[in-house]
Ligand binder design. Structure first.
Ligand SMILES: [Zn+2]
Length: 693
């Protein structure tokens, strides 16, 4: 998926707000949780596994962990992020100590950027002055075309835009790049926040936040403008597709020339907009949420120009706020982190500084979280110091086993016809696995970084980043591309049919070189299988082995697939993370399929890895018991209510306890491993268990 500047959130967990103390030194030859890699002190032995497996495996841990005041949750993934962040701090602070004023080396630039972020007294003295050039350009605009041109700067600068855009492999001609345009323009996490009565508080929060930022930016008539801006965004919300409607790749593929787009969606100055984005030479565009475009264009044309200017000024201040004085930064925190996510306390400065330079999830939200970084430069430094080559070899071997197990399951899948099966196997063969870090380093030699010019650093880094993508877009698709940095604690499957594991996700407990294989297969192994199955989920199955959008399913197979996924959807729709708030089974469909398929495939791969030998019993647990407990441990976490609400409304993943319980109850081996019987709360009759892969 692209990285829209507002809107969609990708990745298994949504936000990384930070950190605990660095870990105590660990015995280098033993797993993080000896002896097998499982935290047995987490067990809640008062809960039967068949009633609530997640609680059984994690209950004591959940009871003793507190949500840190500077985060919306505590999770196993977050603890991994905390460790990575401490490692990055050490690297970046060492670079900071030796950086000259305008450094030439990669390390020097990283150090100087960090130093400019940490210079609070300078930022206090500057107030709103660093964003004066952007605000002046908005003020000086006399026409809608000039404003649209500024919106085109949205990836290279601080401006927001009614329309987002991204460059990626063309879904119908995957050897070439294409520019796709997306609906955009919302400051709240989802259109539901504007349209449903339950979110009245959040809307009022947005209104007062806009007023506060416009006041700080010395924008005229801040109070009145704030009300107009919320009304404007509510109209855009009404015009926008839902997140469920967006899970349909064929519907999102609508090629048009700029002239056709101008005729189809009049009222928005498309030519000026594309010029602003550096995309004026493109003869073809792909329009994603097609029917939303004429509606959004009309809203742009109907809205008084003063409101459009105020909206743009607000988006500039909102994006820039974390890099400005404490008045801006704390208003940003109070709204995005406290009001929307329930986070109590702003993270300490060094954590924000590390994120500003290294990228990732930076400031607890906000639509433009963490842009204009030196993320790939930090990635080079990180892997050089923290990624043992041994891990790379071990992971590659495990993923080869996982792919083999998936192949075997596809070959024997009883519901699939041979025609579809042949295409599926062919597609599986085209997947490549990328582990650790990209082969090619990004060139930062042309990016000027100064140790006393924070906003300039962000502005220049963002512009260089966007320029990189625009320039590359005229050539063939770069198959070696990475869309996540090595220091990211996450993984993805991409449009290049690649499964990508950044170095930082390959630490314990996801992958622990000293742990028992059952534990690694239940965590990182499951992750690999999960990502693979995305190529065949409700959205991924519309893409073929060449990476092109094409329906390669026979009608009978498509019908059977839909019937099976409908059963899974019915299960998930019955889960209720908060009273009255159910899981959106259509939004989470792809992830639920991937969780279930991933677990079944990883278990088979684990069994294969034993080569016919029985699994050892360790700490009283069988191999299968360790495997399932590892999966439950990997997704343990607890969160604020605000976070659970936002996650459930807008995230494509089900809330964690339901991911775990929702998957295991469909797998026969789990029933045997934990002696789950009729009458247990998670029990599903054998005939009603969902099996897709
Ligand atoms: Zn996924």
């Amino acid at each position: 998926m692209p990285t829209p500047i507002r809107g969609l959130i990708v990745g298994p967990v949504l936000l990384s707000l930070v950190v605990a103390a660095p870990l105590a030194a660990q015995n280098v030859d033993s797993p993080r949780y000896p002896p097998a890699g499982l935290d047995m002190s987490a067990t809640d032995s008062s809960t039967r596994p068949g009633d609530d497996f997640y609680q059984f495996a994690n209950g004591a841990w959940l009871a003793r962990m507190a949500i840190p005041t500077d985060k919306p949750y505590v999770t196993e993934w977050q603890l991994m992020r905390d460790r990575t962040e401490a490692q990055l701090r050490d690297l970046i602070q060492a670079a900071d100590a030796s950086a000259p004023h305008e450094p030439a080396t990669v390390e020097g630039k990283v150090g100087a950027f960090y130093k400019s972020f940490m210079d609070l007294s300078r930022l206090e003295a500057l107030g709103a002055r660093p964003i004066a050039p952007e605000l002046a350009a908005i003020r000086a605009s006399r026409t809608r075309a000039e404003l649209a041109r500024l919106m085109g700067n949205a990836h290279a600068g601080f401006e927001g835009s009614f329309i987002d855009f991204w460059i990626d492999a063309d879904p119908k001609e995957p050897e070439h790049y294409a520019v796709t345009l997306y609906q955009n323009g919302l400051s709240l996490p989802d259109r539901d926040y504007y349209l449903k009565p339950d979110f009245a508080n959040e809307r009022e929060g947005l209104r007062s936040y806009v007023e506060r930022l416009l006041t700080l930016a010395h924008w005229p008539a801040a109070k009145m403008s704030a009300a107009s801006i919320v009304a404007l965004e509510s109209r855009i919300a009404q015009a926008s597709w839902t997140k469920v409607e967006q899970r349909d790749p064929p519907a999102l593929y609508n090629p048009m020339s700029p002239a056709e787009l101008t005729a189809y969606a009049p009222g928005f100055p498309w030519t000026a907009f594309l010029r602003g984005a550096g995309l004026a030479s493109k003869h073809q565009l792909i329009i994603a949420e097609k029917t939303a475009f004429p509606r959004i264009a009309k809203i742009f044309a109907d809205t008084p120009i003063e409101t459009l200017k105020a909206w743009l000024a607000f988006t500039v201040a909102d994006t820039a706020a974390p890099y400005l004085s404490s008045s801006f930064a704390s208003a940003h925190f109070q709204y995005h982190a406290h009001a929307l996510l329930g986070i109590q306390e702003q993270p300490v400065r060094w954590k924000l500084g590390v994120r500003a330079v290294a990228g990732g999830d930076c400031f607890a939200g906000g639509p433009r979280d963490c842009f204009g970084t030196l993320n790939w430069a930090v990635g080079q430094m990180y892997t050089a110091s923290y990624f043992p080559p041994e891990t790379k070899k071990r992971i590659e071997a495990m993923v080869a086993n996982i792919t083999q197990a998936y192949r075997h399951r596809l070959e024997h899948l009883d519901w699939m016809t041979d025609a579809t099966r042949a295409e599926a196997l062919h597609k599986l063969d085209t997947y490549v696995v990328k582990v650790g870090y990209p082969d090619k380093a990004r060139d930062y030699s042309g990016v000027l970084i100064k140790d006393d010019d924070l906003i300039g650093n962000v502005r220049r880094a963002a512009a260089a980043d966007w320029d990189f993508y625009v320039r590359r877009s005229d050539g063939p698709v770069d198959k070696s591309d990475w869309q996540m940095t090595p220091q990211t604690v996450d993984a993805y499957n991409g449009t290049l049919r690649d499964i990508v594991f950044p170095a930082a996700i390959l630490g314990p407990p996801g992958f622990d070189v000293h742990a028992d294989p059952a534990v690694n297969y239940g965590a990182a192994g499951w992750g690999a299988a999960h990502e693979l199955t995305h190529g065949f989920d409700d959205a991924g199955r519309t893409i073929d082995a060449k990476g092109a959008l094409r329906d390669w399913w026979t009608e009978a197979d498509a019908r059977e697939f839909k019937a099976r996924t409908a059963l899974l959807a019915a299960q998930f729709a019955s889960y209720e993370p908060l009273p009255g708030l159910h899981i959106n089974s259509q939004l989470t469909m792809g992830e639920n399929i991937a969780d279930l398929g991933g677990l079944a495939i990883a278990l088979e791969a684990y069994h294969d890895s034993l080569h016919g030998e029985p699994a050892p019993v360790i700490d009283g647990l069988t191999g299968d018991q360790r495997f399932f407990r590892s999966w439950a441990q990997y997704y343990r976490g607890k969160a604020t209510e605000d976070f659970i609400r936002q996650y459930t409304v807008s995230n494509e993943h089900s809330f964690w306890p339901y991911r775990v319980n929702g998957a295991v109850r469909n797998i026969d081996a789990w029933y045997e491993a934990f002696d789950v019987k009729p009458g247990d709360r998670l029990y599903v009759e054998p005939g009603k268990r969902v099996r897709i892969w």
